[in-house]
Write a protein of this length. Structure first.
Length: 175
């Protein structure tokens, strides 16, 4: 469908939108990142916006809470795990659950994108705490250590979220 839209717009000159919502500006404001899009966008099925992650200068990505700003062409990203964000990624997974789409009835999904240029070696260093042996690739042992560190960081995040949930519901008298 996207290729058909591209052909209709670029080869046949029809006024058909074929580009998905694109980020035109990124602003870092204190504890959040604000993305200005070139068109309005909403999540599929009007649920929460999924698929964004943010990182601070430590280069560790965490799932972001994403909401539309004052209008549907603004997306605001934040995370309790990232106090001073510097970068974002959208749908940056093997099987992404991203659900932001154009709001003009074309339902073109937001593209996979990122604002950082960190390599796998940069992230290995951030999570494992040491430089890789090669500047261009991780060896098998480094990949294993990297995956172990990623899983540990994810488990720490989930534990923190579970503790916050329990604390919130105990304080409210709910069980």
């Amino acid at each position: 469908e996207r290729i058909a839209r591209w052909a209709l717009a670029t080869q046949y000159g029809l006024g058909v939108r074929w580009l998905p919502p694109m980020v035109t500006e990124m602003k870092v404001e204190d504890v959040k990142i604000t993305l200005q899009l070139d068109s309005s966008a909403r999540p599929f099925h009007d649920g929460p916006i999924l698929g964004f992650a943010i990182a601070g200068s430590d280069r560790k990505f965490y799932p972001a809470d994403a909401v539309n700003g004052k209008n549907a062409s603004v997306v605001v990203l934040s995370s309790p795990f990232v106090l001073h964000p510097v970068a974002y990624r959208c749908a940056w997974h093997r099987n992404p659950t991203a659900n932001l789409k154009s709001d003009d009835h074309t339902e073109l999904p937001m593209p996979i994108e990122r604002s950082d240029n960190w390599s796998m070696n940069d992230l290995y260093e951030a999570y494992v705490g040491k430089k890789s042996k090669s500047p261009s690739a991780l060896d098998n042992n480094e990949r294993r250590a990297f995956l172990t560190a990623l899983n540990a960081a994810d488990m720490d995040r989930r534990l923190h979220e579970a503790q916050a949930f329990v604390k919130e519901h105990q304080a409210g008298g709910e069980h």
